[in-house]
Design a protein around this ligand. Sequence first.
Ligand SMILES: [Zn+2]
Length: 242
Amino acid sequence: MDAIRLSAPASAPAAPTIASVRDDRVQVVLMGPPGAGKGTQAGTVADLVGVVHVASGDLFRESVKNGNEYGLQIKEYMDSGKLVPDDLTVKMVVARLDEPDGLAGFILDGFPRSLGQARALDEMLEREGRRLERVINIDVPEETLLARLSGRWLCSECHASYHTVYNPPRVAGVCDRCGGALYQREDDTLETARDRLAVYRKETVPVLDYYRDRGILVDVDGDQPIDEVTRALYDALPLLSA
Ligand SMILES: [Zn+2]
């Protein structure tokens, strides 16, 4: 890897290539449960640092829609109702990280989701002489997540949206605007929120343990105002001055 780096031009900023990428770029995975605000934070922090925000959900949709090499294969699995293999998913993600903006650094959001994906990602990056520098986990207490995820109520008449924590109606269960009755969608109920968090924990705890064992996991307190979370995330990044 050192040999590769020595062959890179010493000055003259050219478009980055795999060979010219140094190991101290922001090559970061952002993790966090549903309701942690991970997607928004990933976008904000990526903009602050000037690296690309790669959201695996978007990448899936785009790849399938554009019908690129991996997208076509993924679509076949999805159409036949089969699970997309980890190897294929990781190839799609790494292909994105190999584009010029990705080579300059990235914040990966929503991926890896399983231990298999985490290992495959490490292997593929390593083959290119790259590695994850840090995995940042947005940590939020269960009660806060449940309140955030299950707080949404809609008006049955005018469809206005309320939230029991962030935007409560003046009278519980009644629309401020039109007096209509408020109701919850199935997706917004406490039960659904509990299920989503249980699935997340089951999938993700092994991934977090894996990165903790590698010594690159940092926990950030996500139970504070949005700006404070952004600041804490920024501070947790492996920046060049470090
Ligand atoms: Zn209403």
